[in-house]
Design a protein around this ligand. Structure first.
Ligand code: NAD
Length: 257
């Protein structure tokens, strides 16, 4: 994959999957804008990469706020002159059965996981169309397709992203913009660790049990996702459009018994 001098915006680019993407893209020569609500982690990551001779800017951006998203896209273009790619990756997880649903959690899930990527597209797509090229990668989830317990609303947000992507292909790919998605399974990140709170076993024991249920017998690592996104954003993936790439070690292939 060749990302040399590509200007890439990564939302949620300061933790877990997004941080691995920021780091991998920067190490492959890209100019990366890591955007999130994690000021301290963002500045540390950018400082570390810049000190090593790479190019990374942290930008505070609550992706559920239109003004923040607009300012972030404008900052990328003002600073680097263009915007070649976006990884719309920021997301939140809330787990509860529908009988315990709070409207507040529903709004947080849809605002960050659906409105956020939609706003990113609203402001990034016109820039890319003016350039005549660009690519946007979404992070969906296998929870869009598998009925994980207490994941109903989260799964609904992730299914919504795929529907959004398909329509954007129809509207904007004729003007040079590609749209792709990665669908991770169980990836070892702070979000996954937080989801273990309240279980009756230590996190390591839960992870070991889960790994035994995955055909490749391990959890995914953020770098597994980053390697795939780097390829999808590169010109080598130029004919991949509207596709979802599953990164779940083969779990979806298992028989239902
Ligand atoms: N870890 C998994 O197993 C897994 C599986 C499938 C999908 N995903 C998805 O992958 C993406 C990354 O998750 P992760 O596991 O790396 O989690 P993480 O919690 O480590 O990272 C989430 C990132 O999103 C950012 N974020 C949260 N709310 C935000 C907001 N309002 N505005 C801007 N940034 C915000 C956080 O600051 C953080 O940088 C999410 O979209 C998540 O739903 C994760």
């Amino acid at each position: 994959m060749n990302l040399q001098d590509q200007v890439i915006l990564v939302t949620g680019g300061t933790s877990g999957i997004g941080a691995a993407c920021t780091e991998l893209f920067a190490r492959n020569g890209a100019k990366v804008i890591a955007a999130s609500i994690q000021e301290e982690a963002g500045r540390e990551l950018a400082n570390r990469l810049n000190a090593a001779g790479h190019r990374c800017e942290f930008q505070y951006c609550d992706t559920s706020r239109e003004a923040d998203v607009k300012a972030t896209v404008e900052m990328a273009v003002a600073k680097f002159g263009r915007l070649d790619a976006v990884h719309a990756n920021a997301g939140v997880l809330r787990t509860q059965k529908i009988t315990d649903l709070t409207v507040e959690d529903f709004h947080i899930l849809f605002n960050v996981n659906v409105l956020g990527p939609a706003l990113i597209c609203k402001y990034a797509v016109p820039v890319m169309e003016r350039q005549g090229q660009g690519v946007i990668c979404f992070t969906t989830s296998v929870a869009a397709e598998i009925g994980f317990p207490a994941h109903g609303v989260y799964g609904a947000t992730k299914a919504a992203i795929v529907a959004l992507m398909r329509s954007l292909v129809t509207d904007h790919s004729p003007h040079g913009v590609r749209f792709v998605a990665v669908s991770p399974g169980t990836i070892d990140t702070p979000m996954l660790a937080a989801s273990c709170a309240g279980w009756d076993k230590p996190r390591e024991a839960i992870y070991a049990d889960v790994a035994q249920r995955i055909p490749v017998r391990r959890l995914g690592q953020p770098i597994d996702v980053a390697n795939t996104v780097a390829f999808l954003l590169s010109d080598q993936a130029g004919f991949i459009n509207g596709s979802v790439v599953y990164l779940e070690g083969g779990t979806r292939c298992l028989p239902p018994w």
